[in-house]
Write a new protein. Sequence first.
Length: 432
Amino acid sequence: MLIDSGVHSRAVLPRRRWRIAWLLGIGVLVNYFDRVNLSVSHTSLFAAFGISDIAFGYLSGAYNWTYALCQLPIGVLLDKFGVRRIGRVSTFLWSVASFGAAVAPGMSGLFAARLVLGVGEAPTFPANAKATGYWFPQQERSLATSIFDAAAKFASAIGVPLIGIVLIHAGWRWSFTITGMVSFLYFLLFWRIYRDPEEDPALSELERSYIAAEGAVPRLHEIMPVEPDSLGYLLKQRKVVGLAIGMGSYNYVFYLLLTWLPSYLSIALHTDLPHSFLYTSVPWLFATILDILVGGWLVDALIQRGWDASLVRRIILIGGTTCGLGIFGAAHAHSAQQALIWISVSIGGLSAASPVGWSIPSLIASRSNVGKVGGIVNFSNQLSGIAAPIVTGYLVSARQSFAWAFGVSALYLAFGIAAYVFLLGRIERIAA
């Protein structure tokens, strides 16, 4: 039974839904350890296999090839089978892939492991967006989304130096082995904890009614189930296209930095390997803080105080992406400190915008279409994730400089900002 939300404002609500938010955040933290592992291992792989910058770019993007190919079918599978079942399969598969990389005898084995990793981690963000839509009211959704989105940045902030320490003292194979162990432990944790709200016996009726009353109606409690729209229909919607282009531009910069930042600091700015690992954590820590405080807490706080929800989200989304243009400043940096300032402004602004972007699929799509819209957006993201390391590898090899690589990313961001302004428009439900 739905009850007046004013009752909830005076009552002390249980917070079981936040346990789900932290579970999803831990999952993203773990799978981004798997992703950054390769960028930390660049120098070691060069020593072991004689890998070139171009080959490293392709290897870095290999994960995204299968990740991207899985996005559209994963959206359909999530809407059909649910977060719980798909999540269990995917978390097991990505732990297997990490162990596979650790025992790879050569480059072909590493490529195979990264391709499997892409399949295993493909459902993560669409599933998290769908789970957040089930568990959280609209006025709490940005903060809940920022927890798992910020984990992607925090993983780089702590993962690069920690994995770097393991690599320096024990070798790159042990760094992959340890991330495989951590991934398997998360698989057990997800199996034990995750349930949709209507399947969770420990969810109190007070919290269940609060979730329902404020807009996050559990699947089995929908009064009038909505017939799912086709992928073709959704791909023709201006809002979906605008969101996909804008988020794709964000992800291009994200993957450029995820895969090349340690190498940029050591190659272009002549920083030694231990310091390049340490310096890499600076912009990612800055990004983590802005992700949670601006993209999460501030957005929800303003909406709860009565501000227009669409306007608040659009200001943060467009303003944060505009700050991302700071990546172009790093093209002309002459010291690590100067470069880190520009990069921190760029990834910090983009990180503030990112949880807003990931909350939008559940705001513009009906509940039966959220998985597909999330899949479309993440397909665009992963095309960018494929292109960024490869294009950067070619440009660095040809120009012996990162200036062109950063310039290309800034141009893409400008295109993404235009997509948010002219295609996404007001953030509201698409007509069925």
